[in-house]
Ligand binder design. Structure first.
Ligand SMILES: Cc1cc2nc3c(=O)[nH]c(=O)nc-3n(C[C@H](O)[C@H](O)[C@H](O)COP(=O)(O)OP(=O)(O)OC[C@H]3O[C@@H](n4cnc5c(N)ncnc54)[C@H](O)[C@@H]3O)c2cc1C
Length: 267
């Protein structure tokens, strides 16, 4: 690890000021991605600005018909929240599937979406639910937020403050987890809400994406068999030592079917 200065931000405005004054500073939330990156000397920030404890970035509530979750809310808090379980149980079960107890007790929603790992779980829910990402500067629609592998619409020093999720009458998430890390080899969030039927896939490609052919087919007939033989573009599918493109595409199809069955069963 390279040397750095650790600063615990006292407030959101304090964090903003610290980041503005130190161009090579980095925000630290749960540290579950950033600390391993530092340990491997893949980053050399001058300062770590710790925002993980800021009350302005924490909390879970239903407000104006949306589920609002603070960026520094930990995965465990989302998984176990009575508010989330009642309003959007699919999101609680997604959070419960992230990593292991240690990761869930440290990792945060804001850190996960800011990092935008192509195999992370939250991006699938954020995209399928047309969520709004609220930062210290503006509001960003989910469809504009994720911009490919580890890339987002966030500008330098921009801080995710909270995420507003739409609450559909029914939704479900299913993932095929990598047995070692828990990350999604393919994870699919299906939502049936005011905006229509949404299918968002994570883990399979270089970034989260909506499977539009599945959305169209399922809008005509909401039944798993319509997914058979539907085209799924292999161009951006991940291929590595764990799985070929074709295998990942097949996993995405199977996870979509499972999520759909789960949603239709109201589980
Ligand atoms: C062993 C292991 C298994 C895992 N398994 C899974 C899994 O199954 N599914 C899954 O989805 N994830 C998994 N993760 C990742 C985990 O969910 C992390 O919590 C997440 O990727 C990063 O969140 P964090 O709060 O720890 O962020 P940090 O590590 O603190 O930060 C990550 C990045 O985001 C930036 N950042 C943090 N907060 C903000 C903010 N509010 N605004 C702007 N930028 C911000 C930081 O500057 C940094 O660049 C795993 C991690 C580990 C170590």
């Amino acid at each position: 690890m390279f040397q750095f200065n650790y600063v615990k931000a006292k407030s959101l405005s304090d964090a903003q000021a610290l980041i503005a004054a130190n161009p090579d500073a980095k925000l630290l939330s749960g540290g579950m991605t950033l600390i391993p990156t530092l340990k491997q000397r893949l980053a050399q920030p001058s300062h770590l600005v710790d925002i993980g404890g800021l009350s302005e970035l924490r909390g879970i509530e239903v407000k104006d018909g949306q589920l609002v979750i603070g960026a520094a809310t930990r995965h465990y808090e989302v998984a176990s929240s009575a508010v989330v379980k009642k309003a959007l149980p699919a999101l609680a079960s997604l959070a419960y599937l992230i990593g292991d107890p240690q990761v869930r007790n440290r990792g945060t929603l804001g850190g996960s979406i800011a990092n935008n790992d192509p195999a992370a779980d939250y991006p699938a829910a954020v995209l399928a639910l047309d969520a709004t990402i609220v930062t210290n500067k503006r509001e960003i629609a989910a469809g504009n937020f994720f911009q490919g592998m580890f890339a987002t619409a966030l500008e330098e020093g921009e801080i995710v403050v909270r995420v507003r999720f739409n609450i559909p009458p029914r939704a479900a998430y299913e993932k095929f987890a990598h047995p070692a890390s828990g990350y999604a080899m393919a994870g699919v969030f299906v939502a049936d809400g005011a905006a229509g039927l949404r299918v968002a896939v994570t883990g399979a490609a270089s970034g989260v994406f909506r499977w539009s052919e599945a959305e169209q087919a399922l809008t005509k007939k909401l039944s798993p068999e319509v997914l058979e033989g539907l085209p799924l573009d292999l161009t951006n599918m991940n291929e590595d030592i764990h799985a070929t493109r074709e295998y990942r595409a097949n996993l995405a199809r199977v996870m979509t079917k499972r999520a759909l069955v789960k949603m239709l069963a109201g589980k």
